[in-house]
Each structure stands twice: as structure tokens, then as C-alpha cells.
Design a protein around this ligand. Sequence first.
Ligand SMILES: Nc1ncnc2c1ncn2[C@@H]1O[C@H](COP(=O)(O)OP(=O)(O)OP(=O)(O)O)[C@@H](O)[C@H]1O
Ligand SMILES: [Mg+2]
Length: 262
Amino acid sequence: MRSRAAPAGAGARVLSKSALRQPALNLVNVTLEYPDGDGTLKALDDVSFKVHAGEFVSLIGPSGSGKSSLLAVAATLVRPSAGLVLIDGQDAGGLPDAGCTALRRNKLGIIFQQPNLLPSLTAMEQLVITQRLRGGAARAAAERAAGLLDLVGLGHALAKRPHQLSGGQRQRVNIARALMGNPAVLLVDEPTAALDHPRSEAIVRLLRQVTDEFSVATVMVTHDTDFVPLTDAVASMRDGRLSSMAATPAAADTRLGAPRLG
Ligand SMILES: Nc1ncnc2c1ncn2[C@@H]1O[C@H](COP(=O)(O)OP(=O)(O)OP(=O)(O)O)[C@@H](O)[C@H]1O
Ligand SMILES: [Mg+2]
């Protein structure tokens, strides 16, 4: 696990390594246009955005500024009108739809506000089924699922179905499920919007923990700026453009630096 309180020398080393490393997520000059009456609406306007393994970035901005559009493009769910989407160095734009599906399955973890769990399945089964779709062996899938559910604090609830779990617990199953494929990038859209403040904070702390433990590149859209200090950097969107990117004070303390725009 990466230390959040590294001495300055070690921090400087991390920063220089991060400058050399290939980003896990790299959007290059991405524009996304939708038809809008006689014209077009630019949901994303020439956005460049990099996140490295082990970095946790908050994405904030007013409603309609393009936050979910950025995640949808990064998730390869929507193809941009222009620009490059590189996941772990792989150019998603060069892939057919089936290739994007495989990339999503193998490299991406996607967590949206509503966990969208299958009502009839237990917590264990929600996770195991995703690994079986990847072609994983049943026993290995069950072991990994049990380990991840334990990690998210649900070791006692493996056999519970969604209606037997609280909102926060359902979101924990969702997070564990997103980690089953050992993703390089975790894309999270308002994971706490349906939760009260203490449960929201616990979820963001859990995302911090898994970002560190699995060295995943995490982008979290949030309206709640209270939790921004738990992340390494904050990116702001306005009218489809990334208007700023800054290291949070906690990240500056450990001299990890912010992911760079462009
Ligand atoms: N499928 C679509 N078709 C047409 N326009 C769309 C579509 N999806 C998003 N938009 C438009 O793109 C812009 C950005 O939307 P987006 O959902 O990315 O905003 P957001 O920042 O996530 O907002 P919120 O905080 O309300 O979730 C908005 O003007 C929205 O109306
Ligand atoms: Mg949104």
C-alpha cells in the first residue's frame, strides 16, 4: 500500500516516477457532441485528462457541465466525436464494439450512483457471476469474491440479497463487484448521492483504501466537496471544459503532486 505520509525525498521520487509512468487513463483532446435542434451541444469540449495508477481524483462541477459525459467516454460506453481515449495504453477508438466490451471487462471498474444489483442474487453471487462472464474458474472466483466482500466490510453478509442490505452496504457490494476483474481504472459517478453523511464518508474512505491497495486509477464525480480532501486532486468542469486541476492539500503534504491537465 502506498504511504500517505511519505517523507519529502520519497515523495519527490514518486512524483518523478509518476511523470515517467504511462497513465492508466489518458483522454487526449476529447470532444463529445450531441445533436441539439439545428446545432450541436458540446458535452465535452477539447478535454485532456490523465490519471495514473494509485491516484484518486475528484471531478466536480455544476449540473450539466459534462462530468458524467467524461466518465461515459472514459468507460468506452460512448465514443467521442474527436480525440483519443487510452486505457492502460490501449487506444479504445481503434477497437470495434466487442473490443470495447472486452476492454471494459478487463480494465475498467464502473460504479454508478445506483448499485444495480440483481435482486435474486446473494452478495457473493453478484460478484462471482461477473467473473464467470470473464471466463474465470468458479473456485477462484468464489475465493476472490469472498476476499473482496470481506475487504469492504461485508464478510458477514455473503449470503444476503440486495433487499436484506442497507443502501451503504449495497454500494459496498457494488464497489467489490467493480474490483473483481482487477481493473486499472475505477470510474465512479456520485457513489454517495443516496446516502447520509457518515455513510457517504465511509464509502469515500473505502474508495481511498482500494485505490491505494489495488493501485487503481480512480475518478470520482461528486457534488460533495467535503470529501475532496480524501482524494489526491480535484478537477473542475464547466460547460464541457476542464477548467482546473489542483492537488488537494493532503496530497500536497505527501508531495505526490496532481495529475496534469493535458
Ligand atoms: N445522451 C445525450 N443526448 C443529448 N445530450 C446529452 C446526452 N447526455 C448528456 N447530454 C447533455 O450533455 C451535457 C452534459 O451532461 P452530463 O450528464 O455529462 O452533465 P453532469 O455534469 O454529469 O451533470 P449532473 O451533475 O446533473 O449529473 C448536458 O447539457 C446534457 O444535457
Ligand atoms: Mg452526471
